[in-house]
Design a protein around this ligand. Structure first.
Ligand SMILES: [Fe+2]
Ligand SMILES: [Fe+2]
Length: 328
């Protein structure tokens, strides 16, 4: 046995003479010990594919998630709100860039990631395929959808793939500002006029089911969870994260004097679990397959932005080429 310099990670390559099974044993032992897996390390193909699927989906959700909020920048009620919302939208697009970079470390080129989003074959979070109808929607999205995202991402941050974990550290830090911005909008409306309170309640009524569905299909229907948890890509199941969201946010929603539009929602004293009406999972499947209220609009806007940004990409490529030419 050789002693390892703790500062230099040995690179496990495909040609070190060990069988795939032996490499898998080492890989799983490292993951179980809480080590981070780096892009140059050997990893099972399924691990790579699962991470690509998840992180690409996450990156797409960040970039598409910026679109419903972006619609409201011109209509924000004050200059301060406009600045905060603009900063949030910029952050979300930046998150997508960080996450696409993580996917690239796993071997999938950015051009392919973008093409799959634009041609409608890539997936992203369903919640962003619903329309933001009023200013209160902007508050509910930034408060509760970002809260849901933070709960999920703080767990993923402890996961086994190094580049994803490090990207999430920064992302979670920024998401916590988004949450405060959203909470502040909701508190302002909840303590405002009757009209403002009604607007906020109406927004919660429309967004509640998409938010509950945000954590993904129930564990009984999830085909990926066992494998993802064994390799510490995921640290909790969808249902467990959903329960954590209820624990943390149902009391805070009630605190604002809002009612949650689910007559079944209550915490069962015996099991300690929240009972609730499950979202319509058939609708969930329809939306994820591209048939939600805003799927076509989101992709069309994204495609237009991509086309309008073509000159920027060409200019950057030309500048990079110029730099590559040796000075005479
Ligand atoms: Fe984000
Ligand atoms: Fe956010």
């Amino acid at each position: 046995m050789t002693l390892m310099n703790p500062l230099v990670r040995p690179v496990i390559t495909d040609d070190d003479g060990r069988s795939e099974d032996e490499k898998l044993v080492t890989f799983e032992a490292r993951v179980a010990a809480g080590e981070k897996i780096e892009p140059t390390d050997w990893m099972p193909d399924r691990y790579r594919q699962q991470l690509i699927r998840m992180v690409q989906n996450h990156g797409n959700s960040e970039i598409v998630g910026a679109l419903p909020e972006r619609e409201w920048i011109p209509h924000a009620p004050t200059f301060k709100r406009k600045l905060a919302l603009t900063a949030k939208v910029q952050d979300e697009v930046g998150h997508a860039q960080l996450l696409y970079r993580v996917v690239e470390t796993l071997g999938k080129p950015r051009e392919v990631i973008i093409e799959e989003l634009l041609n409608g074959t890539a997936k992203y979070s369903n919640v962003f395929n619903y329309p933001p109808e009023t200013w209160a929607d902007v508050g509910i999205i930034a408060w509760l959808i970002d809260a849901a995202a933070i709960i999920r991402q703080m767990l993923l941050r402890e996961g086994s793939y190094g580049p994803y974990s490090r990207a999430l550290k920064r992302i979670c830090y920024e998401e916590s500002f988004h949450l405060k911005h959203g909470h502040d909008i909701c508190v302002t409306l909840a303590t405002g006029t009757q009209f403002q309170r009604d607007m906020l309640q109406d927004a919660l009524n429309r967004w509640w089911n998409p938010i509950v569905g945000f954590f993904g299909p129930p564990d009984r229907a999830s085909v990926h969870t066992d494998e993802l948890m064994r390799w510490r890509v995921k640290l909790k199941t969808n249902d467990a994260i959903r329960q954590q969201f209820f624990d943390q946010y149902v009391p805070r929603i009630w605190e604002l004097g809002l009612s949650i539009p689910d007559p079944e929602l209550r915490k069962d004293d015996e099991s300690g679990r929240w009972l609730y009406t499950e979202p319509d999972w058939e609708e969930f499947k329809r939306v994820i397959k591209g048939h939600g209220p805003c799927n076509a609009e989101r992709i069309a806007v994204r495609r237009l932005a991509h086309e309008e940004g073509e000159w920027v990409r060409r200019a950057l490529a030309a500048a990079a080429n110029d730099q590559a030419v040796p000075v005479q």
